[in-house]
Ligand binder design. Structure first.
Ligand code: C5P
Length: 301
């Protein structure tokens, strides 16, 4: 995540993520699922612009250049207190008693309901951005406590790390070393998936696989080795809920890559490629054969 000032405006560029590994370890008493997941930040960004609002109001505006939203999604995208950005702003203000308001302009490039963490990334950007704009100086551990109240993936983005293993609900973050950039082609089918629905469709009998093998592969850094260790327990239930997911995965199997997987709870799927040229070539083929959006990305630093 990058923060910089343009006059009185604080500009925050915040990335999407991919899950290279996701094991569901069991159901918890609080209704959530215990996870072990490995997430990477990727170079697909939303941009948020923050200005102090003298009138004390918290306001969110969607920029016309928001390519992450189709026309239909733009119509239903909430700009009121249902939006995680305004929830994050209100939580921070309640927590600190800050009397200031903010006007927040969002340029949305990360698709919604895609398993790419866009909403969580925007919430983390809001906590970091308003902490700076309003000169609150909350320490990281306090921001982390607020992040965990907003959603399971928000903590990952708050740390701005390229790669991390996330446990608990997903909110307990341990950064991992990433020795070289990884190259991906990502396909977001037209339909999205609700995280809750996918977790609810998960069959009860599971045997966790453990992240040791993929972490070792990432340390060695060879894409074809990493490709053999990609795993997501949510892929099967998501494929049952969405024909598009099953069909995108089948199409990804036909392009040249070293591995493929659904990210998070879907609906986006990705192929890990040996190098950028392979990702560009795969994207070319996928744009001709898939409906939806196709992105060529690499890990964000
Ligand atoms: O935490 P977040 O708001 O992103 O989660 C959305 C929904 O996904 C939760 O309400 C829950 O149904 C499901 N979920 C889960 N276990 C997790 C994370 C999410 O069951 N670790």
């Amino acid at each position: 995540m990058r923060l910089h000032w343009q006059g009185p405006t604080l500009v925050v560029r915040t990335p999407a993520k991919l899950n290279l590994f996701l094991d569901v370890l069991g159901k918890r008493p609080d209704g959530y699922h215990e996870l072990e997941t490995l997430m990477v930040s990727i170079g697909l960004y939303d941009t948020l612009r923050f200005q102090t609002n003298a009138n004390g109001r918290l306001e969110l505006f969607l920029d016309a250049a928001s390519q992450g939203l189709t026309r239909e999604m733009r119509e239903v995208f909430p700009l009121d207190e249902r939006n995680l950005i305004l929830k994050a702003a209100a939580l921070l203000r309640d927590h600190t008693g800050c009397p200031l308001g903010a006007a927040i302009h969002l340029t949305k490039s990360i698709p919604l309901q895609a398993g790419l963490g866009g909403g969580s990334s925007d919430a983390a950007a809001t906590l970091l951005g308003l902490n700076r704009l309003w000169k609150l100086e909350l320490p990281p551990q306090e921001l982390h406590a607020l992040a965990a109240q907003l959603g399971s993936d928000v903590n990952f983005f708050l740390d701005s790390v390229p790669l991390a293993i996330c446990r608990g609900r997903g909110e307990l973050i341990t950064p991992e070393p990433l020795n070289r950039p990884l190259h991906f082609v990502v396909v977001k089918p037209p339909g999205g998936l609700s995280t809750r629905d996918v977790f609810m469709a998960l069959p009860p009998t599971r045997s966790p696989r453990g992240s040791d093998a993929i972490r070792r592969a990432l340390q060695i850094g060879h894409p074809s080795l990493i490709g053999t260790q990609l795993h997501n327990s949510l892929e099967v239930p998501a494929g049952v809920l969405s024909e598009e997911v099953a069909s995108v995965l089948a199409t990804l199997r036909r392009v040249s890559s070293v591995g493929r997987l659904m990210t998070g709870s879907g609906s986006s799927c990705f192929a890990l490629c040996a190098h950028q040229g392979q990702a560009v070539q795969a994207a070319h083929q996928l744009r001709a054969s898939c409906r939806g959006q196709v992105f060529v990305v690499q890990t964000a630093t």
